[in-house]
Design a protein around this ligand. Structure first.
Ligand code: SAM
Length: 254
């Protein structure tokens, strides 16, 4: 998949080549990342990309003309790409959206700066608007890198062992079970015995239950949408019973 990034800081994207899976995915041609400088589509000596907001107020707004030219240029080059504006006002990016975007032939990621981009770009020149979270960044570049990273690792082949993405948190609808590696004992904390047992069935069951428990504790909201198997329900009922017993014991003591 090709990611074309429209930005006034194209050099930021060289960090993707520092190391890790995204670098490998680029080198192995599973993905390509092409940053394009929006300033290249200005016509004045100062390569101006911003202007004061109509109606007053502080900050500057990205002018529509260079952004529109950059989007048109990118679309001409990659006509099958899907154009996404990174904005805190967009739909929230999550694993499902990342998975959905793997179905695109290519992505054109439009990065704002200052107080954002002139509204007419959003209205007329993008297919989608994505926010990476309910906070405001100084620019869309980090958000674009988050999208590139999360989408890339879902493209078959990029991870090497493809199973690893399927088992990740959110891919299964739950948080992933805890992970351990050597040493067996670390600063007095031991790896759970079951993981050393060589019993694949028991390991699988432990992981599923650990995953359920972690999700109940940290992100119970995820379970509202998630289908639970009969075994899962039995585990949850046992958990509920244990919790009730503990609460009952403590309330009679207090
Ligand atoms: N004034 C804008 C608002 O309140 O919606 C925020 C502008 S922000 C300082 C500048 C740029 O950073 C935005 O145009 C957008 O491209 C990017 N940005 C900031 N927060 C983001 C987020 N949570 N997700 C995606 N992009 C974000």
């Amino acid at each position: 998949m090709n990611f074309t990034v429209l930005t006034i800081f194209p050099e930021m994207f060289s960090t993707l080549l520092v190391g890790g899976i995204v670098k490998r995915a680029i080198e192995n041609e599973y993905i390509s990342v092409e940053p394009i400088d929006i300033r290249g589509f200005t016509n004045d000596r100062h390569r101006t990309v911003d202007d004061r907001p109509y109606g007053g107020g502080c900050g500057m707004v990205m002018k529509p003309e260079p952004v529109a030219e950059a989007v048109r240029h990118a679309r001409k080059k990659r006509p099958e790409s899907y154009t996404v504006l990174l904005t805190p006002q967009g739909r929230l990016f999550d694993q499902q959206v990342a998975q959905e975007l793997t179905g695109c032939k290519g992505l054109i990621l439009v990065c704002g700066r200052y107080e954002g981009i002139d509204e007419r770009i959003r209205e007329h020149l993008v297919d989608d608007e994505i926010s990476i979270g309910d906070y405001v960044l100084t620019g869309g570049e980090l958000a674009a890198m988050v999208v590139i990273d999360a989408v890339s690792r879902l493209i078959p082949g990029t991870l090497g062992g493809e199973d690893s993405a399927q088992e990740d948190s959110f891919s299964t609808g739950l948080l992933e079970h805890p992970q351990y590696t050597r040493p067996r004992s670390f600063e007095g904390a031991d790896v759970p015995d079951v993981l050393l047992s060589g019993n694949h069935g028991a390991v699988k069951e432990w992981r599923r239950q650990a995953s359920l428990l972690r999700t109940v504790l940290n992100r119970p909201d995820l379970l509202r949408e998630h289908h639970l198997s009969r075994d899962d329900m039995e585990f949850m009922k046992k958990l509920q019973k244990d919790i009730k017993t503990i609460i009952g014991k403590h309330s009679t003591e207090s």
